[in-house]
Design a protein around this ligand. Structure first.
Ligand SMILES: [Zn+2]
Length: 451
């Protein structure tokens, strides 16, 4: 049975969906004002893997991820560049989906836009005022966080600590530093929507509550996002739902940070942290493999070295996929291998273990093929291909192939190495290289591809 770390409970718990065989997921999507960065790529990949695994396990998954197309940063950029804000949001959204497509992240079933939900948000804000948990000031409407008993649940911090650490922003009329804006009254020149409190726009925390409950219903299963969203964004979403008497997300999942070359990622690092540059400069699958190689709650370090290493690993998987396609490998997948895959993934998505299993299966299948035991290799190979698919790793089974004569040299080199005949192994390497192929040593043996 699948176990997941639930931020609200502070531990790993069994995952039981609201309705057997059906899983509803809401993952906070992009604010469309600039290009996606590596952190966006990571959360998208993490939740794509979870979604695929749930579907592979036989669930009917509904995946909703919003597009925040109202935001201070959008307005600032529009004013700075003297452009229509809608021009910025629509272009940035196109760029977002192009980047996600190249990462092979499945598109959401629904991608609600904040601008389409303003009326519903105004309705919620009015109810919160009626419930006595929100109040109007000169510059907007604020939520009184202390009115929610367990405020701080997702921050995993007591109220007093949150209050002491809160940045002072927004109105001086705020009753507490942790109160947050539900509605922002418009300043001249800003895009506006009508409301009982005058023209303005909703705050970010309100959109996700309204859209998730509208599209997935009360008590939906999973609410996810990057670790930086747990507080205040998710805390504030949840507080509104609680105050409105609605059952909200049943499980809260958060993924870890991205570091770039050992430094916590920030926009100031420039193009290294730009996802578009990454998918242009590297095989986009390398980022997925890198993300899979770390537990989703741990930080990952993105460096040129580990992206290149991931590309080489993909080369091994691809050459196996080609070999399997050439041999027409067909069999039922090895059940024990799939069982081990399930066990790893059910253990709070232990993708490093699942990925290690994948490479181990390829290594074993290659070894059996080298021994001309295609019958024994087939179930392992088919299991490997199935696991790769379940993790969203598309393998390239087409493309340049390596002639049998060269593969034979590679096999003889593996034998020489196994017998510690280093001189013989080197001589075979030179023959393969001279024939125009690149030789790489892998845990699965010699890998050869056209130079
Ligand atoms: Zn959100």
């Amino acid at each position: 049975m699948l176990q997941l770390f639930d931020t609200a409970k502070g531990g790993v718990v069994p995952f039981e969906p609201r309705e057997r065989g059906k899983v509803s997921m809401y993952v906070c999507g992009p604010t469309v004002y600039g290009p996606p960065h590596l952190g966006h790529g990571r959360f998208s990949l993490v939740f794509d893997v979870l979604r695929r695994y749930l579907a592979w396990s036989g669930n009917d998954v509904t995946y909703v991820s919003n597009v925040t197309d109202i935001d201070d940063r959008i307005i600032e950029r529009a004013q700075r560049e003297d452009r229509d804000w809608r021009d910025i949001t629509s272009r940035c959204e196109d760029v977002w989906y192009r980047a996600m497509d190249s990462l092979n992240v499945e598109r959401p079933d629904r991608d609600p836009h904040a601008t389409a939900y303003v009326e519903d948000m105004v309705g919620l804000i009015q109810r919160l005022i009626d419930h006595g948990v929100a109040y109007e000031t000169a510059d907007g409407v604020y939520f009184q966080s202390e009115r929610v008993d367990d405020y701080g649940l997702l921050a995993r911090q007591p109220l007093e600590t949150l209050k002491a650490g809160a940045r002072v922003e927004g109105s001086e009329e705020k009753r507490s530093p942790i109160d947050f804006a539900l509605w922002k009254k418009a300043k001249p020149g800003e895009p506006t929507w009508p409301s009982p409190w005058g023209p303005g726009r909703p705050g970010w925390h309100t959109e996700c509550v309204v859209m998730s409950l509208d599209l997935l219903g009360e008590g939906f299963d999973i609410h996810g996002g990057g670790q930086d969203l747990a507080f205040p964004h998710h805390e504030n979403e949840r507080a509104q739902a609680v105050a409105d008497g609605r059952r909200f997300a049943r499980y809260w999942l958060h993924n870890g940070f991205v570091e770039v070359e050992g430094t916590k990622m920030s926009k100031s690092l420039g193009n290294v942290s730009n996802l578009l540059d990454l998918v242009e400069q590297y095989d986009p699958r390398a980022y997925r493999l890198l993300v899979l190689g770390s537990h989703y709650r741990s930080p990952i370090d993105v460096t040129d070295d580990n992206l290149r290493a991931a590309e080489r690993s993909l080369g091994r998987l691809d050459s196996f996929a080609r070999r399997a396609a050439e041999l027409g490998v067909a069999a039922e997948p090895d059940e024990e291998a799939l069982e081990r895959f399930r066990a790893a993934m059910d253990d709070d998505l232990d993708t490093p273990r699942a990925t290690a299993l994948l490479f181990d299966l390829v290594r074993r299948a290659n070894a059996l093929l080298a021994d001309a035991d295609a019958e024994a290799a087939a179930p392992l190979g088919v299991a490997a291909l199935e696991i790769a698919g379940a993790l969203g790793l598309e393998l390239h089974s087409q493309g340049a192939t390596v002639p049998e004569a060269i593969l034979e040299l590679a096999r003889r080199r593996d034998e020489a190495r196994a017998a510690k005949d280093w001189a013989g192994a080197d001589a075979l390497r030179d023959r393969i290289t001279a024939a125009g192929y690149v030789v790489e040593d892998t845990p699965a043996g010699t890998d050869v591809r056209p130079a």
